[in-house]
Ligand binder design. Structure first.
Ligand code: GDP
Ligand code: CA
Length: 317
């Protein structure tokens, strides 16, 4: 806490985030702004039922990252993980396409039981965070059922079937959000946005990580009528995704992979876009979105923190 340069001013920050890529940035922001001043609004469009359990992969990536439990080498899941339960499932001919480690399974068991007993996802998530010693507020975008579907030339697939089972090999023609008409922001989401001095969009996939959060109409409207700056970090470096299909999706769905194509995913919602130096000769067409050129690759604590400093610097100290 003591090293946060903005600790004294208590700059309240709300971050919209997907999973692994977003979690890296969230860690940097928490490091700089402080855990108590940071609220994270996470994607639930990836949520899936596997082996009868409710999995919230993006919320868990953030939770594990903030709790210091993430496996940084593998890039997802928990460190020190073992796979005995899944091996047993496989040996018995059970559902084994979605990798769930033993430690990870413990969390899914606890969450699923609570959800079955009628507890909302936001409440379960808050309890899990507290139990893991995470002081940052972590909110699902909605407690309602919201699921991402991908329309591709090979058919229409639920998110995890496309992403995991089919290794996101199919080009995407359209992204749909089942339940978006009914989905309401989870308790705490309005307060987090309205109480923020700065809103940040993590360098998560604009279509399948930030997109499902913005699909919650009242949440998107709260962002659109913001009175504080909203700053996005581009997930592309030199027009390429650091990992995953964001570049291919932008090429096909937005017509290119320049900063303006990233910005076009957030019409009327962002005031500035953090772009990498590798994209600094492609800054035209951004309209009233201010480009801020910096190093955006987060490879360790230091680079995460520096990127967060630049984002937080949009609000003068
Ligand atoms: P997921 O939900 O686990 O797939 O993760 P996210 O959607 O939150 O993050 C995936 C995105 O993060 C990808 O598009 C990556 O290009 C981006 N990403 C990952 N690491 C970095 C990084 O160090 N810097 C930047 N700028 N983007 C990154
Ligand atoms: Ca995700």
């Amino acid at each position: 806490m003591s090293r946060g340069v903005r600790e004294e001013r208590r700059l309240n920050v709300a971050i919209l985030s997907g999973g692994v890529g977003g979690a890296r940035f969230v860690r940097g922001v928490v490091d700089v702004a402080g855990a108590a001043a940071t609220s994270v609004i996470g994607n639930v469009g990836d949520d899936v039922e596997v082996l009868g359990l409710h999995i919230s992969p993006d919320l868990d990536s953030i939770l594990y990252a903030l709790a210091g439990l993430a496996d940084e080498q593998r890039g997802w899941g928990r460190s020190g993980e073992t796979w005995h339960a899944l091996e047993t499932v496989r040996a018995l001919g059970g559902e084994d396409w979605f990798a769930l480690g033993d430690r990870d399974l413990g969390l899914h068991l606890a969450r699923t039981q609570a959800l079955r007993a009628g507890e909302p996802l936001s409440s379960v998530t808050a309890r899990l965070a507290k139990a893991l010693g995470v002081a940052t507020q972590l909110l699902p975008a909605t407690d309602d059922r919201l699921r991402t579907w991908l329309e591709t030339p090979a058919g229409t697939f639920p998110f995890q079937e496309w992403f995991v089972a089919r290794s996101h090999r199919d080009e995407v023609d359209a992204v749909r959000f089942e339940g978006e008409e009914e989905a309401r922001p989870a308790p705490g989401v309005f307060e987090a946005i309205d109480g923020a001095d700065l809103i940040l969009l993590a360098p998560s996939n604009p279509y399948v990580s930030v997109g499902p959060i913005l699909a919650v109409r009242e949440l998107r409207e709260a962002l659109a009528r913001r009175s504080v700056p909203c700053v996005a970090v581009s997930p592309l470096i030199g027009g390429r995704a650091v990992k995953g299909p964001a570049d291919r999706m932008l090429q096909r769905l937005a017509g290119g992979t320049s900063p303006r194509h990233v910005a076009s995913c957030y019409p009327g919602l962002i005031d500035a876009l953090l772009v990498d130096g590798a994209d600094s000769d492609e800054l035209d067409g951004l309209g009233d979105v201010r480009p801020i050129v910096t190093r955006t690759l987060m490879s360790d604590d230091d680079t995460r923190r520096r990127l967060a400093e630049v984002a937080l610097g949009v609000v003068p100290a």
